[in-house]
Design a binder for this molecule. Structure first.
Ligand code: MG
Length: 238
């Protein structure tokens, strides 16, 4: 039962109880008056029989109202939520392409192969947010078969994810990311990346946390052939 329907039902029950109580008191008063005039004694049996339905009704109403309150609290609790989503992405690196990470272009001789700008961090953040809200993944909303997204700035994906979350009343609480690449060093660029990501997501920069790792020379990332990102995002709804 929604809030307005619950309020209407409570109001009806309240006034029904008041009217019923008035009628019972009036009837009781008349019965007592007749008894007083007839034999000057109070007929306690009549009083009990007359008040019993009223007591039952009031008890029922109180029970019903308490149950309504519980249902309301339950539906509120069911809606409120704190959720976590995970995102992962990897792109191959090739010579002669721009290296864009977290919305920032970094000076390097290689860049990611991808349909959009190949921003591995933005893609993983997008997936983490969409996953937390149960809204699918980046491929659902921005398929790499759509020419509209060819070479697109991946911050657009984050702005769109933010809107989708807002439509469901979700707020972004925290984004924690690890970017893995052998080169270049990412740490010096983190302040600008955090600003760009925070701006796209409409959150304070403090809510974006970035970390950098190498792969210790192991596998494709270690050989400098790829870049990857892992992201955990937390969202909440009041
Ligand atoms: Mg990607």
């Amino acid at each position: 039962m929604n809030t307005s329907a619950s309020r209407v039902a409570k109001t009806i029950l309240f006034w029904f109880s008041i009217v019923f109580l008035g009628l019972m008191l009036w009837k009781l008063s008349r019965a007592n008056s007749a008894a007083t005039h007839s034999d000057q004694n109070t007929d306690w049996t009549t009083i009990i029989l007359n008040t019993a339905p009223l007591i039952l009704l009031v008890g029922f109403c109180l029970l019903l109202m308490r149950q309504m309150g519980r249902n309301k609290a339950w539906s509120r609790n069911a809606r409120s939520a704190s959720r976590t989503g995970i995102g992962y992405d990897l792109h191959r690196l090739e010579a002669g392409r721009k290296l864009i990470v977290g919305g920032i272009e970094l000076p390097f001789d290689k860049g990611p192969v991808g349909h959009s700008d190949g921003d591995v961090l933005a893609h993983a953040v997008c997936d983490a947010l969409l996953g937390a809200a149960g809204l699918g993944d980046i491929g659902t909303h921005f398929p790499d078969t759509d020419p509209k997204w060819k070479g697109a700035n991946s911050l657009i994906f984050l702005e769109h994810a933010k809107k989708l979350l807002a439509e469901k009343d979700f707020a972004i609480e925290h984004v924690d990311a690890v970017v893995i690449t052998e080169r270049p060093k990412l740490g010096p660029h983190f302040p600008k990346m955090r600003e760009a990501l925070a701006r796209a997501l409409g959150v304070p920069v403090e809510k974006i946390h970035l970390k950098a790792k190498t792969n210790e020379g192991v596998d494709a990332i270690g050989r400098g052939e790829a870049i990857a990102a892992h992201v955990v995002a937390t969202i909440s709804r009041p």
